[in-house]
Design a protein around this ligand. Structure first.
Ligand SMILES: [Zn+2]
Length: 127
């Protein structure tokens, strides 16, 4: 009986959640969702990576002003390769590179083609 209660409660909570942001997720212009959860240090590391790169896309060189938003931070070795237990390794600055939305998309669609280019950039300019 107790378990039933919990289940009911859960479904009520989920139903409540359904309204505002699940709708946003279905919106094709909404791009926040695929990033998922990158561990407890992610926001800090993302900020550090953006600062290191001067808030500039490493592929096209546009900065935060030209982009009118912060560039995304891309994992060179995909986060899923590490998994959440190894988030510290995944979020190391040498694994992070900042890309604007449109470059990020290109890289996500064609990671193999960009892998070498991005690695080269990291070698050259990263302290
Ligand atoms: Zn770019």
């Amino acid at each position: 009986m107790k378990r039933d209660k919990i289940r009911k409660k859960m479904s009520r909570i989920m139903k409540g959640r359904n309204t505002p942001w699940l709708k946003a997720e279905k919106n094709p212009n909404w791009k926040g969702g695929y990033e998922g959860y990158y561990g407890p240090n992610w926001l800090k590391k993302r900020r550090e990576a953006r600062e290191r790169e001067d808030h500039t896309c490493r592929l096209c060189g546009k900065n935060v002003v030209e982009l009118s938003r912060e560039p995304s931070i891309h994992h060179l070795v995909p986060f899923r390769n590490f998994g959440i237990e190894k988030y510290r390794e995944a979020n190391k600055l040498k694994n992070l590179i900042s890309l604007c939305r449109s470059c990020h998309k290109k890289v996500e669609i064609n990671p193999e083609e960009y892998k070498a280019i991005l690695e080269e950039k990291m070698k050259k300019d990263t302290i």
